[in-house]
Design a protein around this ligand. Structure first.
Ligand SMILES: [Zn+2]
Length: 644
């Protein structure tokens, strides 16, 4: 049975047709709403078609008198099932005429009508303000709106409901009809609109008032005409409920809403409006925003606050309006990536990691070529790329680099209008399609023994790759003068010959250094000296080292070990490029020097005193003056072409 066919029973919890009040306001017959809902249930016909046939005046505007705000508070509680108050009835009568009130009275159970009787004149005009205002019941209609926002309508297989009376205000809610009245589980797309009229119908009055038209023409509403949200949700084939909040003003004023509360309020409204009988479970929430909505969403992302607990995707359409918002988004992205990495590293097999990735976080950043959007999105893209580059070895070992990468994507939407970025190439549909399958294909069965074997092999590779003392013997440095650059090479060799001729022992610890070794020394010392976080260290020379152990204490310990006496014996943070990598430096330990150095060029002798060689300024002067070998001021064993 087609799910929609049972919709004919759409009624308030008290059994009354839900459109009662709206109908009264519109001056329609009291019975019309029930008829309308029943009609809606007819297969193969849209709400709009039915309405245009049955209630021709409906779309062009209310025909009857319109109540002022405040009247609803009097009338609605009585319609919601409480005893009918005389005050309310009188109000009803005034607004809707005797026929409506008569029908209403007939339908009320006996004894629910309280004194005073109808005929009595209003009791000295009890001021309306003193009637306690009940919380507004959500209605399936936006007050004062005509056209699509005046009531629910079916567009394709999506029921579009303009909901009013949510604690957060108004929203357009899109419900796939195929999920039926008792959906088990749904996903939710919450999309915040940018500056402009939002989902209000673009009327002549709004245009005259100077509102942005956002590529719309008179009479259109954004989601149907520009974003094509309904068609895209239907096209996605997923059980997605679309929530399109309407901002309070024209500049994406959505207030400090908490996403989960918002969704809860909308779902409660859908239940009270009898769109469904039972609250479905929420599988995941997609949070999306266009343009000015970025001013609302990026701070939420930055601090991870007011985000849905089951957030499964973030979509930002031309939504980075200020440079600092790049940082906000990146802070969130970096935390998500770190979490993914942590989870992935904890799973024993690649199959299980791939399974994790089908239901983990997604990010889609779409930008047109408008203004500074390309530049800001480019920065986000570069930051993501940099993170993947820093973690490429680990992801390679885990076997999921490209799969994780495809979950975080910045997309150039092309040279199209800023307003068309959602609708032009069905980007809602595309981003929903980026989510993993609702029912994942089961991973091929693997024996426990095979799983253990794979896990052990991965652990072995990982242990080898993680930073630590065992890396010091990799890419060994040279300890001969062979690869030094002339004339420095000749000068150093002559200086060492002099020292040895004077009875000293010279132990050469390092000369030419391969760039890979220099890189390891550089990053190890920068981590050990706290100049960077382990997660910021790079493997710029593709050595295959993993600096970030997923635990800062462990990462710091490993880097410190590498810098220790047992390791590189690093005295202070090492630069990546140095005189060592250029073949213009030497580290040596000199012992057994006499007080008088003999045999210098010109057969000279110099008294250097008894200071130890590393701090002996007379020895250092001699080396520079006669051999052009200069001692570094603080690096104990280091001599070079220029002292650096
Ligand atoms: Zn050195």
């Amino acid at each position: 049975m087609r799910a929609g066919a049972r919709r004919g029973t759409l009624r308030c919890p008290n059994g009354k047709p839900i459109h009662l009040l709206s109908a009264i306001r519109l001056g329609e017959s009291l019975m019309l709403p029930a008829v309308r809902w029943r009609l809606y249930a007819q297969p193969g016909q849209t709400m709009k078609q039915q309405l245009s046939r049955r209630a021709p005046g409906h779309q062009t505007g209310p025909a009857g008198p319109r109540p002022k705000a405040g009247h609803a508070a009097v009338i609605e509680p009585s319609l919601a099932g409480g005893p009918l108050q005389a005050q309310a009835l009188l109000e009803l009568q005034r607004l809707a005429g005797n026929q409506s009130v008569g029908l209403l009275l007939q339908r009320s159970p006996a004894g629910t009508i309280t004194a005073p009787p109808l005929k009595r004149p209003p009791a000295a005009k009890a001021p309306l303000k003193k009637v306690p205002a009940a919380p507004p019941e959500p209605t399936a209609k936006w007050k004062g709106e005509v056209g699509p926002n005046a009531g629910p309508q079916e567009t394709g297989k999506i029921l579009r409901i303009p909901v009013e009376g949510l604690p957060e205000g108004r929203a357009i809610v899109l419900v796939p009809t195929w999920i039926g009245r008792e959906p088990k589980e749904v996903e939710v797309l919450v999309h915040l609109h940018g500056f402009g009229v939002g989902y209000r119908q673009l009327t002549k009055t709004l245009i005259k008032k100077g509102e942005r038209t956002s590529d719309m023409t008179e009479g259109q509403v954004r989601d149907l005409a520009i974003d094509k949200t309904e068609a895209q949700i239907e096209g996605s084939g997923r059980d997605v409920v679309g929530i399109l909040p309407q901002a309070a003003g024209s500049q994406s004023e959505f207030g400090n809403f908490t996403t989960d509360s918002y969704v809860t309020h909308v779902f409660a409204a859908l239940t009270s409006l009898k769109v469904w009988d039972k609250l479905p479970q929420i599988r995941g929430v997609v949070l999306s925003g266009h343009s000015g909505a970025g001013n609302v969403l990026t701070p939420m992302l930055d601090k991870s606050e007011r985000l849905p607990e089951k957030l499964e995707e973030v979509i930002l359409f031309d939504a980075l309006n200020w440079d600092y918002q790049v940082g906000h988004v990146w802070h969130w992205l970096e935390r998500q990536l770190a979490r993914d990495l942590h989870e992935l590293a904890g799973l024993p097999t690649r199959a299980k990691r791939l399974e994790y990735l089908t239901r983990s976080m997604r990010f889609r950043g779409y930008h047109t070529h408008t203004g500074n959007y390309p530049r800001r999105y480019q920065k986000v893209d570069e930051a993501i790329g940099g993170w993947f580059s820093r973690h490429s070895t680990l992801l390679g070992i885990l076997g999921v680099e490209s799969e994780l990468r495809s979950n975080y994507v910045v997309i150039d939407a092309g040279d199209i209008s800023h307003e068309q970025v959602m609708g032009e190439k069905e980007r809602f549909k595309e981003s929903l399609g980026a989510l993993g399958p609702v029912v994942a294909a089961p991973a091929p069965p693997v024996s426990a023994a095979d799983e253990q074997k794979e896990a052990a092999a991965t652990t072995t590779r990982l242990d080898k790759a993680l930073s630590g003392l065992h890396w010091v013997s990799e890419f060994p440095g040279d300890t001969t003068t062979d690869k030094l650059k002339d004339p420095f090479k000749t000068h150093v060799e002559a200086f060492i010959a002099l020292l040895e001729a004077n009875g000293a022992t010279v132990e050469v610890n390092a000369t030419f250094r391969r760039i890979e070794r220099a890189s390891l020394m550089h990053w190890a010392s920068w981590i050990a000296y706290g100049k960077i976080k382990p997660s910021q260290a790079e493997d710029d020379q593709k050595t295959g080292i993993i600096w970030d152990h997923g635990d800062d204490a462990k990462s710091l310990k490993a880097a410190t070990d590498m810098c220790s006496k047992a390791g590189y014996d690093i005295a202070y943070p090492a630069a990546l490029n140095s005189n060592h990598t250029a073949g213009l430096a030497i580290d040596m330990t000199i012992t057994g020097l006499p007080k008088i150095i003999k045999g210098l060029p010109g057969k000279k002798s110099v008294d250097i005193g008894t200071d130890p060689p590393e701090t002996n300024s007379k020895l250092h002067d001699l080396a520079w003056r006669y051999y052009r070998v200069k001692k570094h001021k603080t690096d104990r064993p280091h001599w070079s072409v220029n002292g650096r």
